[in-house]
Ligand binder design. Sequence first.
Ligand code: PLP
Ligand code: ZN
Length: 414
Amino acid sequence: MSQTAARNLGPATALTCRECGESYDLGPHYACELCFGPLEVSYDHTGVTREQIESGPRNIWRYRGLLPVPTNVTDTPNTEPGFTRLVRADNLAESLGLRSLWVKDDSGNPTHSFKDRVVAVALAAARELGFKVLACPSTGNLANAVAAAAARAGIRSAVFVPSDLERQKIVTTAVYGGTFVTVDGNYDDVNRLASEIAGEQDDWAFVNVNVRPYYAEGSKTIGYEIAEQLGWRLPEQIVIPIASGSQLTKIDKAFQEFIKLGLVEDRPYKIFGAQATGCSPVSAAFKAGHDVVQPVKPDTIAKSLAIGNPADGPYVLDAVRRTGGAIEDVSDEEIVDSIGLLARTEGIFGETAGGVTLGALRKLLASGVLDPEAETVFINSGDGLKTLDAVAPVAVPSANIAPTLEAFRKAGLA
Ligand SMILES: *Cc1c(COP(=O)(O)O)cnc(C)c1O
Ligand SMILES: [Zn+2]
């Protein structure tokens, strides 16, 4: 790979260290050479207007003037995720005692989770940077998204997951072809292995490792969409699931960019984070008032969020504290209960991650931390079909009867 070729990554101008501010060219870098801090994309995207965005395609590329992707990104095959529905959840709001509630339903993406967003951006950047293989360590949804995007782009994929992954996510990754490896270890083991492989395989883009700065920017599109779909304004409260913490920090970045560009009114918003108690290192740090996040060994049904050593943990704490929000965690029982509540009230079948997020929202409301009068958005980041086993024991038919009217009457269902 050439380190010096001029790169067309749209409005992106450089990579900047989040810790010390050192600047790097737009190459395949992800850690600062001076302090090992994570690198983040910097931009010159003055002049982006509502009209420009509104005239774009109904997918994340309508925001390409705010993303590190080539100007002609729509000319190359990609999965075109995004512009998922923002659902007004009046039934759920009423049952919770909230005045105004919305669900950003990211199960509507091509492989049924928000990960298609980050992968689409990583793929576009990786191609421009000269990588030949799209790879990742994954807790499941990223594996789906990488395998599908690589198939559509006509390039090789190489995906690594913990071997105890949900069967649905094994099948929905393997079906796209590509190299697919299950690893006897937890996600943090798989992630470490991926970093080691990335060190040897020069032309493999591990989307969430060596091209992470570009990948992470894809999460901003959820924030842009929420603001645009609310009629170009920011919600007062937003509840976001935390795995590595990237999504949460990038939604905050998206809101800040929209304010800076004058696309929305500058008004305060509060960011709330959600974790499963069985993997809640960021929630624990928040509650203890710590700035550092102590790694844990995950044990929860919310496998898509089961990252014991979250890379963006400290930045999540910063964003939540700066905006006056909070972080809460919920048990496996509370996750299952909230998946059921969302399904029964709004007809939306969420992934375990959605159950975590709604569960945290309910807990924050009950403890008076969330304001019931303020306009609130929460994210359902994946499709319940991906985590069927979590709810299978409680989601059962009302009865099983013989095909006769008599049997129906006897069952007492009328
Ligand atoms: C990956 C994932 C998240 C959050 O990911 P971050 O690493 O925090 O950006 C949330 N929900 C689902 C379903 C996911 O797969
Ligand atoms: Zn640095």
